[in-house]
Design a protein. Structure first.
Length: 256
């Protein structure tokens, strides 16, 4: 059965796209068929996998507007054995174009259903906002939401707002929506603040925080500029080892 997870946090700069790409890359390296869905008009996940977002011929935008040819827009990175449904700046117009459409909140879910049997994992990278695109991402999260949280104080404030949004979607549209887990990112062992944030997040989400913590890493920051995940750019770095551990932890908890 395909595992479909949405990575979401309305706060920017928390490592959401970095987590999507690197978790996906390690799941693929561990033998899983993985599709990354780029639901962000900034198309950072697309660029991180070496795809020119300005040259995208079709992708998430077309999928949201009901194009049945979603399979033809999926790009496979042969080296990484990782697939992506790319984004482009045109996706920014989708929220406006979908306003008057019926069942606009489930467009992405229906699109993914057309191809989900070809993949073991689908990871959806949401934009840093709480608009219609993110709601589509939440509605498609059949197996739950993964929330990357930066180990800084302001991240805690954003986490409360995100929790409220998830509760609203759960109560109004998707009662089965769950938080699959919280990933702590940009951890700096030299500061008391990072340690305090870890403790506070564990208090708010008992038994839902992944044990694998992602450290602050120069290599992780450099990798996107080469269009590569950390597994291909610097596989022996601390960031790479942390994401490999996260992938293994997810597989184990999924019973794989």
């Amino acid at each position: 059965m395909t595992q479909i997870y949405t990575l979401v946090n309305q706060k920017g700069g928390v490592g959401k796209t970095t987590t999507t790409i690197n978790l996906g890359a390690y799941l693929a390296q561990l033998g899983q068929r993985v599709l990354v869905v780029d639901l962000d008009p900034q198309a950072n996940a697309t660029s991180c996998l070496g795809v020119d977002k300005l040259g995208v011929q079709g992708g998430t935008y077309e999928a949201l507007l009901g194009d049945p040819n979603i399979a033809s827009y999926i790009l496979l990175n042969e080296r990484l054995k990782l697939s992506i449904l790319p984004s482009s700046p045109s996706l920014a117009g989708a929220e406006i174009e979908l306003v008057d459409e019926l069942a606009r909140e489930v467009r992405l879910r229906k699109a993914i259903q057309l191809v989900s049997d070809k993949f073991d994992y689908v990871l959806i990278d949401c934009p840093p906002s709480l608009g219609l695109l993110t709601v589509n991402g939440l509605m498609a999260a059949i197996n739950g939401v993964i929330v990357p949280v930066q180990c800084e104080y302001l991240a805690l404030e954003g986490l409360g707002q995100l929790t409220q949004t998830i509760e609203r979607v759960r109560s109004l549209l998707f009662p089965e929506l769950v938080v699959r887990g919280v990933v702590l990112t940009m951890f700096d062992s030299r500061t008391d603040l990072s340690t305090d944030v870890v403790a506070e997040v564990n208090r708010h989400f008992p038994d839902q925080v992944f044990k694998s913590v992602i450290p602050r890493s120069i290599r992780l920051a450099e990798a996107p500029s080469y269009g590569l995940p950390i597994s291909a750019y610097a596989p022996t770095s601390v960031g790479a080892l942390a994401y490999e551990a996260l992938a293994k932890e997810l597989l184990k908890s999924d019973g794989i």
